[in-house]
Design a protein around this ligand. Structure first.
Ligand SMILES: [Ca+2]
Length: 408
């Protein structure tokens, strides 16, 4: 007995220490190696190169036509190239790709944040993959007037070392077209513990992808129908367009440091399946706010909870940027879908084209105690009625069922 407990103790110590050794080589949260493309190639940047030839990009492997571009540079048509951060970025030509190996923790979920701009008006999209996971990000929609945006996608690591690949799958006539990418960062995602009094996971959106302190555009979260592997743990982004993940450094955030701005009207839905107990009465409450980004009002959200849907207009008072909204519902199953989208398609008042919308934060689903009291009072009444007028009670019950059918 003593021997086996000693072995257990050793094993415990080993398990305690070993992860610290193994994490030493992990790719840290933040910019990946030369993720901003500012590192000088051994043969100089293309703008200063004497001889033509393929430019090596430190820390990256390239395939096809990959170019280092500089801010202020123009393409042959005279259009100024957009460089999202710093002075250098890369442009991927038709079928071109860049990749680098990142060291991760097998089985963990990671978010990759990157900035992307399109160069031509044609449909441009970028494929980001960590094989076998792969996701195409549509760069067609310009979410803001600056011409570029940070995006985030996520993956679950199936190995300890995985290639992170950015590829332009487009085949465009103009070889000078193709997406420009910059500022590539990685972050290991943690799913927060669920508090006892709230069924919503990551209810305040505090857990999410990497955000750069100096970037004021938030991070776009494209469609992600897999709640297990989402850049916003617990949440899914449904439908065709993105929602914007915002930070309190640059936006008015109702609670904590992060929130979500619904920038795509009915085409940008965030949702979560929350655990519920059938036939119990619940309240969904949330903060509805204005991001403080000159977004033109009216702002409104449609909030869904089970079979309930309710529209809320943002009507702030003078000393707050948000208000509390709530929807009552009766759970019909062990999981209930809650969801939000913006009722309107809003743009900023200053440039009339950057997309914006209402902010949602601090989402809670809890057993409604007030309603529970009302319900128990009603139950007592019904029980009394049941004793006195049994046939009538059965009739009520049937009516109630048919009403339920109508609403579900
Ligand atoms: Ca928050």
């Amino acid at each position: 007995m003593a021997k086996s407990s000693a072995i257990k103790r050793c094993l415990f110590l080993f398990m305690l220490i070993f992860p610290h050794f193994s994490t030493l080589a992990l790719t840290e949260d933040g910019l990946v190696a030369n993720g901003d493309f500012e590192a000088r190639p051994s043969n100089g940047f293309p703008s200063e190169a004497i001889a033509d030839g393929p430019t090596e990009i430190p820390s990256w492997r390239t395939k096809g036509r990959v170019e280092l571009v500089s801010s202020g540079e123009k393409v042959s048509g005279g259009m100024l190239l957009i460089v999202p951060g710093g002075s250098k970025a890369v442009r991927l030509g038709n079928d071109a790709e860049i990749s680098q190996e990142v060291t991760v923790e097998k089985g963990s979920t990671y978010a990759v944040t990157f900035s992307a701009a399109r160069t031509c008006a044609q449909l441009e999209s970028l494929n980001v993959s960590v094989p076998p996971a792969s996701q195409s990000v549509d760069l067609q929609t310009l979410y803001n007037v600056q011409g570029w945006d940070p995006y985030s996608i996520s993956f679950e690591a199936e190995e300890d070392k995985v290639p992170l690949v950015f590829r332009n799958t487009g085949m465009e006539d103009d070889p000078e077209c193709g997406p420009i990418i910059d500022d590539i960062a990685i972050k290991k995602l943690i799913t927060p513990d669920q508090p006892k009094d709230n069924a919503v996971v990551n209810s305040g959106f505090e857990f999410g992808p990497w955000m750069f302190q100096n970037v004021s555009l938030g991070v776009l979260l494209p469609t992600n129908l897999d709640e297990e592997t989402s850049p916003l743990p617990g949440w899914m982004v449904e439908s065709t367009r993105a929602v914007r993940y915002i930070d309190s450094n640059h936006y008015a955030v109702p609670e904590g440091k992060r929130a979500v701005e619904l920038v795509s009207g009915k085409e940008g839905i965030i949702s979560q399946m929350v655990e519920t107990r059938p036939d119990k009465l619940y309240s969904l409450t949330f903060f509805l706010g204005h991001a403080g980004d000159k977004c033109k009002e009216p702002l409104a959200v449609m909030a869904f909870a089970g079979d309930q849907a309710q529209n809320f207009h943002y009507t702030p008072d003078s000393n707050s940027t948000f208000q509390v909204a709530s929807v009552n519902f009766t759970a019909k199953a062990e999981r209930t879908r809650i969801a939000f989208y913006s009722v309107y398609y809003n743009t900023r008042t200053d440039d009339m084209s950057s997309l914006c919308g209402p902010v949602v934060d601090d989402v809670r689903v809890w057993v409604s105690t007030e309603r529970k009291k009302q319900e128990s009072r009603r139950e007592v009444k019904e029980k009394r009625r049941f004793h006195h007028r049994r046939p009538k009670r059965r009739h009520d019950h049937e009516q109630g069922q048919s009403q339920n059918k109508k609403t579900s």
